[in-house]
Design a protein. Structure first.
Length: 197
């Protein structure tokens, strides 16, 4: 067991193997629906991606940003040179995977137009809620890729910038990250209520 849990790669592989075992169990008990499985599988990938994205968003805002003033200056390079760039990589690609799988899922289920138009084009109340969640997610994705990441590159010294530019970029990235944290709450409410109310 230690060989699995001491390696992140092995741990993730084991998680997927357990998911396959659960699928086989479900298949044996309930049967397989070729019509339902692709949408289910995509929704599962959408949720996994979203957990990665929003989990890291909340890590940055609830843990890393508030902790930075407490970290001695000589230890801060460990955050800015090692932890933050890797976390931002998973953060960006988690956002991308969430948006892509969500849009494909809405298309596969036949409600992409209704949700993106917020129910104006023949949608239901639940599709309107899903649409609100989708648009909040799209805004958040845009912030990640086109505001937070470019500014974090400057703030972390991954691209060349003077001290004033770095400070301004760090503040901009933080404010947009906080914006996304704020938007994540109604986004998740809209997504869950649109599926369940």
């Amino acid at each position: 067991m230690a060989a699995i849990l001491t390696s992140l790669r092995n741990t993730v592989i084991a998680g997927f193997v357990l998911a396959v075992v659960l699928f086989i169990f479900y298949y044996m008990v309930m049967g397989y629906s070729a019509d339902a499985f692709p949408a289910f599988f995509l929704r599962w990938l959408h949720v996994i991606s979203g957990v990665m994205w929003i989990g890291l968003l909340w890590y940055f805002n609830f843990v890393q940003i508030p902790s930075m003033p407490e970290i001695p200056d000589d230890q801060k390079p460990a955050i800015s040179k090692v932890i933050a760039p890797l976390a931002l990589c998973w953060f960006r690609w988690g956002a991308m995977a969430t948006i892509v799988t969500g849009l494909i899922l809405a298309w596969m289920n036949g409600y992409i137009v209704e949700t993106l138009t917020l129910g104006i084009v023949g949608g239901t109340a639940s599709q309107t809620l899903l649409g609100i969640g989708m648009w909040l997610g799209i805004i958040m994705w845009f912030n990640v890729w086109f505001v937070i990441w470019p500014n974090q590159q400057k703030a972390l010294g991954l691209v060349e910038a003077d001290a004033d530019t770095k400070a301004a970029a760090a503040r901009t990235a933080m404010l947009f990250s906080r914006t996304n944290t704020m938007l994540s709450v109604p986004m998740l409410f809209a997504m869950v209520s649109g599926q369940n109310l």
